[in-house]
Design a protein around this ligand. Sequence first.
Ligand code: NIG
Ligand code: FE
Length: 418
Amino acid sequence: VYNCAEIVQVTDRGQLYLAGRDMSRVAIRRAARGHSLALATDERGIILEIGDGAEMQKKYSLSEFESTLDAKQGSLMPGFVDGHTHPIWSGDRVHEFALKLAGASYMEIHAQKGGIHYTVDCTHEESDEKLAESLVERLTLMRKSGTTAAECKTGYGLWFKDELRQLQILNSVKQQDIIEMSLTYLGAHAVPRGFVGTPDEYATKISDEDLPKLKELVDFDNVDVFCEKGVFEIDATKRILAKAKELDYELNFHAEELSCIHGVELGCALGARAMSHLERISDEGIAAMAATKAAAVVLPTTAHILRLKPPPVREMIQQGVIVALGSDFNPNAFCYAMPTVMHLACVQCHMSLDESLAAATINAAYSIGKSHRYGSIEEGKEANLILIKEPKWEHIIYQLGCHKDLIRSVIYKGKLVL
Ligand code: NIG
Ligand code: FE
């Protein structure tokens, strides 16, 4: 029954990190000097027991463990959960990075049919095989950086057929089980070029035609809308999200990034599980998120790249909002490394190291409805772990840009994958 067991020797100053269940604090446990720590998992990679190596070996009658890690002077942490990514696309936008550095704003580039539209065109031209190949490569790179679960959006198809294709490719790559994936339909990322009609008319097409048809054809978990002034405003957003709710999807959408149009209050009224960005969230929005327990998925790399004022994370935490982190990996914000995201969350958004870790693990898992399955090292949860080569786990945030040198091993569902 127990086909996998991990032994991790945590000696002397080594720390074992266990995230608390209370969504905001972290608990640090230290293994006793000279002792080994064992994780017994079942064949699905679920942790059955965490205990002393020698005792566990006896209890499970194991002659040897499936894998043994030397964790001396190291820290064992939960794999990171990335609460917001756009991983399937073709066509980088390094040329726009230069334009932005020269002063162009995100919306100016978008209005000139660059930005999302540029990526949509490049993605449309790409073959299924190439899109799948680059998706696999990106998920593998995320995993090397310690991410073992991510929310993954479409949004570079827009037209029904192209969005369906993106969801099909996401589903087929999900079968490879590189990391855990929560899939999100983002047909309302922009009004596609060539659509004759207003954003409200496009939103009606999504709610009345595309969403119900997609539900028949392909699996996904969440529905997203780029709710923003000049993109999809309140009425259009409401139309799509209300239909998504009716069809039993989780609502997880972009809100209040560049302007405050009170998308958050709408999301809370509709029972959204998560909202992202929130640079311009109102005080009423913060109160509504705290009351409804919607997760605030903060994306510090995007705020950094677009030089936006960071979201008011301190106020959110003080008011009791569940704050999660996401990389927002996309061609506008090319970063999939959660340690970098956590560093920016601490420095730019004034989060503490502990808050940042909880946000990048258990709270991000909560934002995709999976905190009962992963996001902390606990019996009954997936054995998704990373081992870093510093006795203080805080080094993963402190050493900016050095995470590839720090991460010694990655364990995914009880198997050593790095
Ligand atoms: O979360 N704001 C909308 N969507 C993405 C950007 C997508 C793009 O520019 O390609 C975001 O930042
Ligand atoms: Fe995004």
